[in-house]
Ligand binder design. Structure first.
Ligand code: HEC
Length: 126
């Protein structure tokens, strides 16, 4: 078990270094990937409902998890806690991109003068 934790720690460190280097590109890649692979069930927009009512809208994920903590699960294919969903395989780069996109959906990530974003940040969870 400890070996696994160390591996995850290394992955997280690697990811944040990488994310700092090329954030913008990854967000658009991640969005595109989410549209293709996840949007048939999950809402990936800022206000729409999920096509599959059981699937949490991606914009709410950050309220349940620090989204970086999803990385190991995404690398494994989210077998855990994802019973109504076919197991998917993502490359480490795709995982980095999706996580960058999930960060982008988090309106509380940075202070903002955008009232709509701030209202979403403090809104009750759907
Ligand atoms: C076929 C429908 C479907 C697709 C496609 C799908 N999901 Fe899901 N997802 C679900 C459902 C349903 C849940 C709710 C979990 C449950 O109770 O099974 C879920 C839950 C999740 C969760 C929360 C897991 C938890 O433990 O709370 C994450 C994160 C997630 N999905 C990520 C993704 C990503 C990333 C993709 C695309 C690569 C994706 N999903 C594609 C149906 C889907």
């Amino acid at each position: 078990m400890w070996k696994k934790s160390i591996a995850i720690g290394l992955l997280l460190t690697g990811a944040s270094t990488f994310a700092a280097a090329s954030d913008a590109g990854e967000v658009s890649q991640g969005r595109e990937l989410a549209e293709r692979r996840c949007a048939s069930c999950h809402a990936i927009g800022e206000t729409n409902a999920s096509p599959n009512v059981l699937a949490p809208p991606f914009r709410n994920l950050y309220r349940q998890y620090p989204v970086d903590a999803l990385r190991p699960a995404f690398l494994k294919g989210l077998e855990v806690g994802h019973r109504d969903m076919p197991r998917f395989v993502l490359t480490p780069q795709e995982v980095t991109d999706i996580i960058a996109f999930l960060h982008e959906l988090n309106p509380c990530r940075k202070p903002s003068s955008d009232d709509t974003a701030m209202a979403r940040c403090f809104a009750p969870m759907e």
